[in-house]
Design a binder for this molecule. Structure first.
Ligand SMILES: [Zn+2]
Length: 122
């Protein structure tokens, strides 16, 4: 069936959202399934040629597609490098480190604002 390009992109976004929700639900009992959902969500993104949504960036490892849970599969640290502060997020499954510079003192960088609000207490 023929679908317009933007319809495909909308569908892709909806599916990614749903996959991430499912991943959150199944993670406590079946972590491997959650990681699989993360990978599928990334694959959908690539196929539909849409940029990674913020929720996907925050919850799925860019390198290995693992579902990221703070304290379980990811480590979040605030670090200083000279005058610069940044949040370092480490995927504990593949070791990939992603750094988000903190430009303003009280504003959390994307994609963290979705989960922790625009203002953090760091
Ligand atoms: Zn990873």
């Amino acid at each position: 069936m023929y679908r317009k390009r933007h319809e495909i992109k909308d569908l892709a976004r909806q599916r990614i959202e749903r996959l991430l929700k499912f991943a959150e639900i199944v993670y406590p009992t079946e972590p491997e399934l959650a990681h699989r959902y993360g990978k599928i969500a990334m694959a959908i993104c690539k196929k539909a040629q849409i940029p990674y949504p913020d929720a996907l960036k925050a919850q799925v490892c860019r390198r290995c597609g693992s579902f990221l849970v703070p304290g379980e599969t990811m480590r979040v640290r605030v670090k200083n490098r000279g005058k610069m502060k940044y949040i370092a997020v480490t995927c504990l499954r593949c070791g990939y480190v992603r750094r988000y510079p903190l430009k303003w003192k009280y504003v959390l960088p994307k994609p963290w604002h979705i989960f922790y609000g625009d203002r953090g207490d760091y």
